[in-house]
Design a protein around this ligand. Structure first.
Ligand SMILES: [Zn+2]
Length: 883
């Protein structure tokens, strides 16, 4: 938190000094006035597009001034006044303060404690999910709020920064048949005229504005019992209670596990989990978590293991924020990574302990590799970055924050040890409960339990972007020694600068019949690590024990032989997936011969573990990439059919009695892969027949196969299928189903049908929040349709911009430059840059998206130069699969 700005002159001469009328703040409030408590009163009718409100803010004006600046967007103030603790009230005039602030000015100085009263009107948005907004489910409108990071200011004038953490007392006036919810339990309810009622909520514990929340509508409440003293409920749109069956059993169990981990009870008086009819969304509002319907609800007959796993992950993430983020709030958005990285780490840790058969350790390794792909770019940002604009606040919620943050936390947990690490988390929460803290405070707590200062190591991962790459050489003399050397991992053609880290490296090895684990810090470019427990050459070793390090290992043929001895039988599935993931990244860096990497595919394509088959398939995907000349891609498909086809055919699209969970999981991934990427004709035809049967007769398809099946059918489908999918999507009442149908509509490869699906972006048939991503970016998945979305955006930019959400915290326009994400040539790169170069300045977060897309194209061009000859040689050796 920033301290109040006190002019030096004032301190020196000590005289009363009235600041002249001030300019509005630039980004942050100056702290000269601070909130102590809010009383908020709102009239909300879900089908209206405006609301009325009053807010009474107890403030402490520390520097006498004729003006108090607050954050406010789009609020029409009708009346405002300041009520000092003693003396008469002062009327206030509003002063425009740009697009983020409103000033309240008085004809004389105000100072000390008092109450600022403001009456106003605001908007209930129908096309964005920022501030207070409405969504329709069936025939009913529901109102929700989403304030993080900077949209509470759309609901009430306020001190909209995370450092201002104070109690809130909220009253909502709503139609009598509606349910009203906020962060705390209802304190009282009373009837009002015109079919309305007033619902007054208990005063909250200290909360920053971004965690305040409300929801209004014809909800049903599903009781999920109590955890300790905390009542737990799932709040669903009317009539959807049966779909909360899994949520109501999972949430209390996960909550209990979180209480155990944090060593302290749930911090708030109740926990409601509220469903919104949107996709991919969740927010950790204290005591009133909001979730996308697709995450939280499922028809029990259509519930899949994947959905259960996703639900548990998202719930664990949001619930862990209740401690880590809500009870202790980071002081400013520069530390968003700590909040989000930690919660992302917990979303696999806690459900992984709860249901070990879900293999969330594998998911963690895959997510780390995903983060590394982003982080290798020269345009990647450091986790820790100064925030100088609202753009930076929005940018702080990206993959680097979530997944690199989680991976770095994972690495330090391994280094410190899980038990000590947990003690450190508990210490941090205890020291800062109900207040604010920084990443520095977190490091201090961890250093004190670790018995050494971890900050210097930590900061090399926080303050600079990039992925360390460690090469390893084994020398077997009297004492076996590993020689470790580090450099920055860079994709082929990268212009990013080299750098080094202080890397906590842990290795596992087998010697004398036992497995040993050993750690060191690689602080220099090169260091020797003597294997303390080995008297002779180890029979195998793994340079990243548990695959928990945020570094990649520079595997070559010789090292792979040692690590993957006997196909890595001594390693866990997650560890083997980690090694194959590193190999995949090294391919992109040009550091491993394509032939060496592809030789691993036959070793793992038939493995019993579906996760390893997937990892092998990821490597094989290279054979259909831009680095393969168009005439040879047919051979790439052949190779995929040869390696994976037999198994995919045996699995088929439909389950067989007695299939294990692993078999179902493998079918869901492998069959569409062989059909789509391997272009296996029988599987394609079967998909089309099944899709038509489902669309025409609703013939049963297992829920986890419906989405992949419809997508493959669409890829090779015709106008008739397009029309059937479109009609089904318009008619779909179920949000999850609509999502699957939209994904299919975005999967066509036929040029005319791609154009038709893009046109749907401008039609009123779908909410753009649902259709934007699947329809606009779906065509990037195929070489033949990659150019089409950019052409569409060029021709229809203005109508498109009018239809998509444009609020700062949720500016869909920022994603527009990524329509060029599939390009791999200089001409279209330049076109993309000249079209978006100036325009992205108006899209919050758009400049970074454009820079990353352009860099991605440059790298693709460079990779093609290096890889094409190697892949040509490999593919020319591929023979036809057996009939
Ligand atoms: Zn989060």
């Amino acid at each position: 938190m920033k301290s109040p700005v006190v002019p030096a002159l004032l301190v020196l001469c000590g005289t009363a000094f009235t600041a002249p009328p001030l300019e509005p703040p630039k980004l942050r409030l100056d702290g000269s006035a601070r909130p102590l408590r809010y009383v908020v009163d709102l009239i909300i009718v879900p089908d209206r597009d405006t609301f009325q409100g009053t807010v009474d803010i107890d403030v402490d004006v520390r520097t006498p001034s004729t003006i108090i600046w607050l954050n406010a967007i789009g609020l029409a103030v009708t009346e405002a006044s300041f009520h000092p603790e003693s003396g008469p009230a002062l009327p206030a005039k509003t002063v425009p303060g740009g697009d983020q602030f409103t000033g309240f000015s008085f004809d004389r100085d105000v100072s000390g404690k008092g109450t600022l009263h403001v009456a106003y009107q605001g908007k209930i948005s129908r096309n964005s999910s920022a501030g207070i907004f409405q969504l329709k489910e069936d025939r009913d409108w529901y109102v929700y709020s989403q304030f993080e990071p900077t949209d509470a200011r759309r609901a009430f004038p306020c001190f909209d920064e995370p450092g201002f953490k104070v109690p809130w007392q909220i009253t909502l006036h709503v139609p009598r048949d509606d349910m009203a919810l906020s962060n705390t339990p209802v304190q009282s309810q009373s009837k009002e005229p015109n079919g309305m009622k007033a619902v007054r909520f208990k005063t909250s514990p200290p909360l920053p504005s971004y965690l305040v929340a409300l929801a209004v509508g014809r909800f049903d409440a599903v009781d999920a019992g109590h955890v300790g003293a905390t009542p737990v409920r799932v709040i669903v749109p009317h009539g959807k209670g049966a779909q909360a069956a899994y949520a109501r059993t999972a949430i209390p169990q996960l909550l209990k596990l979180l209480e155990d981990y944090f060593g302290t009870p749930f911090p708030y008086e109740k926990l409601d989990s509220v469903v919104m009819p949107v996709s991919d969304f969740a927010m950790e509002n204290a005591g009133l978590i909001t979730y996308a319907e697709s995450s939280l609800l499922a028809d029990p007959a259509r519930e899949t293991i994947e959905h259960k796993r996703e639900l548990a992950g998202i719930c664990a993430h949001e619930m862990s924020h209740q401690w880590f983020g809500d009870l202790v709030t980071t002081a400013w958005w520069s530390d968003t990574w700590l909040n989000e990285g930690f919660a992302t780490w917990m979303e696999r840790k806690i459900p992984g302990e709860w249901q070990p058969e879900w293999h969330l350790d594998v998911a963690k390794v895959n997510a780390r590799h995903g983060a590394m792909r982003q982080d290798e770019l020269a345009s990647a940002r450091a986790i820790l970055q100064p925030i100088v604009s609202n753009d930076d606040i929005a940018n702080a919620f990206d993959g680097i924050t979530y997944e690199k943050g989680a991976a770095v936390i994972e690495m330090f947990e391994r280094w410190i040890g899980p038990e000590k690490f947990r003690t450190g988390v508990q210490l941090y929460l205890k020291q800062h409960a109900w207040g604010n803290a920084t990443a520095h405070d977190f490091e201090s707590a961890m250093s004190s339990v670790a018995g050494q200062d971890i900050a210097p190591m930590f900061s090399t991962f926080l303050d600079q972007p990039g992925v360390p790459e460690i090469s390893v050489a084994l020398k077997c003399g009297a004492k076996p020694v590993l020689t470790l050397a580090q450099k920055r991992s860079l994709p082929i053609g990268s212009r990013a600068k080299p750098q080094t880290w202080q890397i906590p490296v842990c290795v596992a090895y087998e010697a004398g019949g036992a497995v040993h684990h050993q750690c060191t810090v690689l602080a220099d470019t090169q260091a020797d690590m003597e294997l303390a427990e080995a008297q002779t050459c180890p029979s195998w070793f793994l340079p990243d024990d548990g695959e928990a390090g945020y570094y990649q290992v520079a595997y070559d043929g010789a090292l792979l032989k040692i690590v993957l001895d006997d196909r890595g039988a001594h390693l866990s599935v997650a560890e083997r997936v980690g090694v194959l993931g590193d190999v995949d990244l090294l391919l992109g860096a040009g550091e491993i011969q394509a032939g060496v990497a592809l030789a691993l595919v036959p070793q793992f394509s038939k493995d019993p573990a579906p996760q390893l088959v997937q990892a092998a398939a990821n490597i094989a995907r290279l054979l259909k990439s831009e680095s393969v000349s168009a005439d040879l891609r047919r051979k790439g498909a052949q190779f995929i059919r040869r390696e994976f086809g037999e198994r995919a055919m045996a699995l088929g699209w439909l389950p067989k009695p007695g299939d294990s969970d692993d078999t179902r999981l493998l079918r869901q991934k492998l069959v569409p892969f062989v059909a789509s990427v391997g272009e296996q004709k029988d599987l394609i035809q079967e998909a089309q027949a099944l899709a038509h049967d489902w669309l025409n007769k609703r013939q049963t398809v297992p829920p986890e196969m419906l989405g992949p099946l419809l997508q493959v059918a669409a890829e090779f489908g015709d106008r008739d299928l397009f029309n059937l999918l479109r009609t089904a999507a318009i008619q779909a009442r179920d949000h999850n189903l609509r999502e699957e149908l939209l994904d299919a509509l975005g999967s066509f490869r036929n040029a005319g049908l791609v154009a038709a699906s893009l046109d749907l972006l401008l039609s009123k048939d779908f909410d753009s929040r649902e259709s934007f991503y699947p329809l606009l970016f779906g065509p990037l998945g195929h070489a033949e349709t990659r150019d089409v979305p950019f052409e569409f955006v060029k021709q229809h930019l203005n109508p498109l911009l009018q239809r998509i959400p444009r609020e700062a915290g949720e500016d869909y326009a920022a994603a527009l430059p990524t329509v060029g994400g599939g390009f791999c040539d200089a001409r279209r790169r330049d076109e993309l840059e000249s079209f978006f170069g100036d325009r992205v300045k108006d899209y919050t977060g758009g400049q970074r998206a454009l820079a990353q897309t352009l860099e991605g194209i440059d790298l693709c061009i460079a990779a093609r130069k290096t890889l094409t000859p190697e892949l040509t040689e490999f593919l020319n050796g591929v023979t036809e699969p057996r009939p």
